[in-house]
Design a protein around this ligand. Structure first.
Ligand code: ASP
Ligand code: MG
Length: 402
C-alpha cells in the first residue's frame, strides 16, 4: 500500500514531536507500506518568518517572501530525515525543486499544475521513506512559490493523486473534523464521516482543519482523505464522496474572522460599473466573497462586498486606482466583522434551515449585516465580537451536540 501522511506544524513543533512522527511513519514503513511524508514548517515558524520579513520591510516583495517562507518546510523535512535515520530507517528529504512540483507563477498564492513523480518513485524503489516539503512549489521562472497559508494539505493531496496513493492521511492537533471549533463551542462533536462538498464549504468558511484547495483536489481525483490526530490513535474523520450514515440537516458551523466589508457608495447606476470594480479587484488577485448591490436611487447605487482582511490594503489601492473612471462618492471599510456559516448536504431538500438560523440569531439579539447562501450553506456576516455567542446558539439550535 502507498500512503501519503501529512503532518502540520504543531505535530513537528519540537524534537520530541519530530521523533513521535518519525516513529509513527517508521511503523507504517515496517508494516510493508510505501510511505511518503509531507511536512509543514515547525510550530509557528511560518509566522516567525513573516514577522522577520516585515521587520525589514512592512510590505515585502512577494517573491522574496516566498523565498523566505519556503525555508520553514525545508528545515522540518531535513530534521525528519535525520530523525528517521537515527531509528535506523533509510529516508530522504526533498524540496519542491528536487521533486519538481510545478505551480502557476503567483507568489504567495500559487496553484499546483504538475508534479513529476519520477524522483519520488525511484526513492521509494530504493526502499526509502520519502519526506517532502509542503506548501511550496516552483514556477516557470524557476522561482520558489507558496500555495497560500495552510497549503501543505494541498501538497499532500496533490501528491496522493499524482502517485495514485491508497490513502492520504492528514495528521493534525485535533482528532478530526468537528461540528464546530471545540475551542469556541465546547459541545462540538467529532464527525465520523463528511462529504467532500460539505468539507469544502467548511474549509472555505473557516473550519481551519483543512486547506480548501486540498478538498477540491481530493474530490476531483477521488483521493481518500482521513483527518486524524498525530498525538493519539483515535480514528479521525473520513472525507469522501457519499456518506452512508443518516443525514443530519446541518453537519457543521464555521466562523471566519479574516473578513473585511467594503462598501463603495454612490456609484453611477449604469451598465459596466460592477464589471469595472470587480475586474480591478480580480486583477489585484483579491478574492471577493459576499456581494450585495443596493437598489438604485437618484441614478446612483452602492455595492458592498467582503474580502479577506489581509487583502484590505491591496483592495483599497485597487479601488483608488479606478476611482476616476468609476465616479464614486465614498468607500467605507469595516474590519470588525466576521462570517458565520452552517453547512449541510441535508439542507438541499429542507427550505426552513436558513429561517431557523436567523431565528436563533434574533433570539440572541445578534444583528445580521449580510447574507449569502448556496445549496448546502448559509452564511451571515455579523459583528466580530458576537461570533462565539452566535456559533454556540446555532450549534444548539441544530442539535449538533453529542
Ligand atoms: N507552513 C505553512 C503555513 O503555516 C503551510 C502549512 O502549514 O500548511 O501556512
Ligand atoms: Mg493546516
Amino acid at each position: 500500500m502507498l500512503v501519503v501522511k501529512k503532518f502540520g506544524g504543531t505535530s513537528v513543533a519540537d524534537k520530541d514531536r519530530i521523533m513521535n512522527v518519525a516513529r509513527r511513519c517508521v511503523a507504517d514503513y515496517k508494516a510493508g507500506n510505501d510511505v511518503v511524508v509531507v511536512l509543514s514548517a515547525m510550530g509557528k515558524q511560518t509566522d516567525v518568518l513573516i514577522d522577520m520579513a516585515r521587520s525589514v520591510n512592512p510590505n515585502p516583495p512577494r517573491r522574496e517572501l516566498d523565498m523566505l517562507m519556503t525555508t520553514g518546510e525545508q528545515v522540518s523535512v531535513a530534521m525528519m530525515a535525520m530523525a528517521m535515520d537515527s531509528l535506523g530507517v533509510p529516508a530522504v528529504s526533498l524540496n519542491a525543486y528536487q521533486v519538481a512540483m510545478h505551480t502557476t507563477s503567483v507568489y504567495g498564492n500559487a496553484r499546483l499544475k504538475r508534479i513529476d513523480t519520477e524522483r519520488i518513485r525511484n526513492e521509494l524503489d530504493l526502499k526509502k521513506i520519502v519526506i517532502i516539503t509542503g506548501f511550496q512549489g516552483v514556477n516557470k521562472y524557476d522561482d520558489y512559490t507558496t500555495l497560500g497559508r495552510g497549503g501543505s494539505d494541498t501538497t499532500a493531496v496533490a501528491l496522493a493523486a499524482a502517485l495514485h496513493a491508497d490513502k492520504c492521511e492528514i495528521y493534525t492537533d485535533v482528532e478530526g473534523v468537528y461540528t464546530a471549533d471545540p475551542r469556541i463551542v465546547p459541545k462540538a462533536r467529532k464527525l465520523k464521516e463528511i462529504t467532500y462538498d460539505e468539507m469544502l464549504d467548511l474549509a472555505t468558511l473557516g473550519a481551519g482543519v483543512l486547506h480548501n484547495r486540498s478538498v477540491e483536489l481530493a474530490k476531483k481525483y477521488g483521493v481518500k482523505l482521513v483527518v486524524r490526530s498525530s498525538m493519539s490513535e483515535a480514528e479521525g474523520t473520513v472525507v469522501k464522496e457519499v456518506v452512508k450514515v443518516e443525514r443530519m440537516l446541518v453537519s457543521g458551523v464555521a466562523a471566519d474572522k479574516n473578513v473585511t466589508r467594503v462598501s463603495v457608495v454612490g456609484l453611477e447606476d449604469r451598465p459596466g460599473v460592477a464589471f469595472r470594480l470587480f475586474d480591478a479587484l480580480a486583477k489585484a488577485n483579491i478574492n471577493v466573497d459576499m456581494i450585495l448591490q443596493s437598489i438604485g436611487r437618484d441614478d446612483t447605487k452602492d455595492i458592498t462586498f467582503t474580502i479577506p482582511r489581509d487583502m484590505e490594503t491591496d483592495a483599497i489601492n485597487a479601488i483608488e486606482n479606478i476611482k476616476d473612471t468609476l465616479n464614486m462618492q465614498d468607500v467605507k471599510v469595516n474590519s470588525h466583522v466576521a462570517k458565520v456559516s452552517i453547512v449541510g448536504a441535508g439542507m438541499m431538500s429542507n427550505p426552513g434551515v436558513a429561517a431557523r438560523m436567523f431565528e436563533c440569531l434574533y433570539n440572541a439579539n445578534i444583528n445580521i449585516r449580510m447574507i449569502s447562501t448556496s445549496e448546502i450553506r448559509v452564511t451571515v456576516l455579523i459583528d466580530e465580537k458576537e461570533v462565539d455567542k452566535a456559533m454556540n446558539v446555532i450549534h444548539d439550535m441544530f442539535g449538533l451536540e453529542d
